[in-house]
Design a protein around this ligand. Structure first.
Ligand code: SF4
Length: 158
């Protein structure tokens, strides 16, 4: 079983009230091979919500300056519990998100600049020994997703 950022499977839980579906990942969820989580929603944040970014000190602030670190941490811990209880082998998380981003996130200035770093949830998973892939990595590194993506590109022809 794979843990998956819910927005990648079409759940409209992003800050703008939309999703960011990836067809191969949505198919995985529809086959019952993925557990969907949105750590920000699990932390009690509303949808839609203000954009937030991790700051250089690791805390998370909204564009209006509110400190939302505790909600991000609470949601990450709840999502980790779900991951463990369902026995997920790894997680596929939305790239560049302040919760789900892996290796690369926005720099906290709300100017669109990216810096090396992890979102709060991606960091917690990795500290807990759960391998994390971005959706971009998953499409090349997980064999069943790669096969699904090839099928989509060929219009379902073998
Ligand atoms: S917190 Fe993660 S799952 Fe939720 S909307 Fe953001 S990127 Fe998607």
């Amino acid at each position: 079983m794979i843990l998956l950022s819910a927005c990648l499977a079409g759940v409209p839980c992003r800050m703008d009230g939309k999703s960011k579906p990836v067809p191969a990942l949505t198919a995985l969820a529809l086959r019952g091979e993925a557990i969907l989580v949105c750590p920000e929603v699990l932390g009690g944040l509303p949808t839609p919500r203000s954009p937030s970014e991790r700051q250089p000190d690791g805390r998370v602030r909204s564009a209006q300056g509110a400190d939302v670190t505790e909600a991000f941490r609470r949601g990450a811990e709840r999502a980790l519990e779900i991951c463990r209880s369902r026995g997920c082998c790894c997680a596929v998380l939305k790239a560049r998100s302040p919760s789900c981003g892996k290796d690369c996130i926005y720099d906290g200035s709300f100017s669109g600049r990216l810096v090396p770093g992890n979102g709060v949830f991606a960091a917690l998973l990795q500290e807990s020994g759960i391998p994390v892939l971005t959706e971009e990595e998953a499409l090349t590194e997980l064999p069943q997703l790669a096969a699904e993506a090839v099928r989509e590109q060929s219009g379902g022809r073998p």
